[in-house]
Design a protein around this ligand. Structure first.
Ligand code: SF4
Length: 312
């Protein structure tokens, strides 16, 4: 099977910086003694994160037994304001791996809120980045996952709303949300530019690739919002799209659909997917012979995580 791989597939700047920081802190904690604790996964890639936890890094969303000699690493998605304040107050030593673009989004939201605005945020309510962004916007902020949810939420014509998005959201959906809100309120509503270029570039390339390929495979953590969005982008473009972390995640039905769609198959990956993980899936797909039986996907080892499949 011929594979067309998106040039943008793989690590973005924010993920690279966070992993460099994690490596540095891990080396230092080896010299210094004391534990290195990350507040939740530093990036959304369970395979890569398990490599670090197996070598001694502790991953805990809410550690209750912090010791003076511990070092706490803040994840690339950032953490809510009150959690950061509590950490600082506890006196524990902190290393911050929050992506600079997430910090920029938080700061823009904080300023608009301080000026009296009420936030309407496009994002996944339970995503750590969204919890962080909301903490800069006060209790009146509203979150919506998609246009349907936005349309179902009441808007007060007297309120000064402003719109923003989680950094990994689709720019096209956000633009529609801005237009929709303006139509409902019969006036322009300020919109902050908080969507990350790395995300838009990956989505754009997947859309373009879908015009050429027969099906699309997206590689990345099942808990990674930007990876899920890439698979959704491909499905919206009308091709069969499947999201995997590794070759063993393909079901026989996935392989049958890819094979019957024909060659070439498109390949992209989320911003937190290492090149080795993408290569492994590419090698597997390249071994598929569309005229004969395809290679059996290796049996998956037991692990946590849920697969998202987009089928059109
Ligand atoms: S996708 Fe963008 S916002 Fe998210 S970590 Fe990467 S650079 Fe930062």
């Amino acid at each position: 099977m011929r594979v067309m791989r998106a040039e943008s597939a793989g690590f973005c700047l924010g993920v690279s910086l966070a992993l460099q920081r994690l490596e540095r802190e891990q080396a230092l904690s080896g010299e210094r003694g004391g534990r290195l604790i990350t507040l939740g996964p530093v990036i959304h890639n369970p395979l890569l994160m398990s490599h670090y936890t197996q070598s001694g890094v502790i991953c805990d969303d809410a550690p209750h037994d912090l010791r003076p000699e511990d070092r706490v690493l803040i994840r690339a998605h950032g953490i809510p304001r009150d959690v950061e304040a509590a950490l600082k107050e506890s006196g524990v030593s902190i290393a911050d791996a929050t992506c600079p673009k997430v910090k920029k989004a938080r700061s823009a939201i904080g300023k608009a809120h301080a000026a009296g605005g009420v936030l309407l945020l496009l994002g996944e309510r339970d995503h750590p980045e969204v919890r962080g962004l909301l903490s800069y916007a006060g209790p009146s902020a509203q979150v919506f996952a998609d246009l349907e949810e936005l349309r179902s939420q009441p808007l007060d014509p007297e309120t000064d709303y402003f719109l923003a998005a989680q950094t990994t959201q689709s720019r096209a959906i956000f633009n529609l949300a801005v237009d929709d809100t303006a139509r409902r309120l019969r006036r322009e509503v300020p919109a902050l530019d908080t969507i990350c270029d790395a995300t838009s570039a990956r989505q754009q390339e997947v859309s373009e690739l879908c015009a050429t390929v027969a099906s699309m495979v997206v590689v990345g953590g099942f808990n990674s919002g930007n990876t899920k969005r890439l698979a959704e982008t491909a499905a919206e473009a009308g091709v069969f799209a499947v999201h995997v972390e590794r070759p063993s995640d393909f079901s026989q039905e996935d392989l049958r659909r890819i094979r019957s769609a024909g060659s070439p198959v498109g390949l992209s990956a989320g911003a937190s997917t290492p090149v080795e993980q993408i290569d492994a899936v590419q090698n597997f797909l390249e071994q598929m012979d569309i005229t004969r039986n395809f290679p059996e996907a290796p049996a998956p080892p037991a692990r946590e995580g849920k697969k998202t499949v987009c089928k059109r």
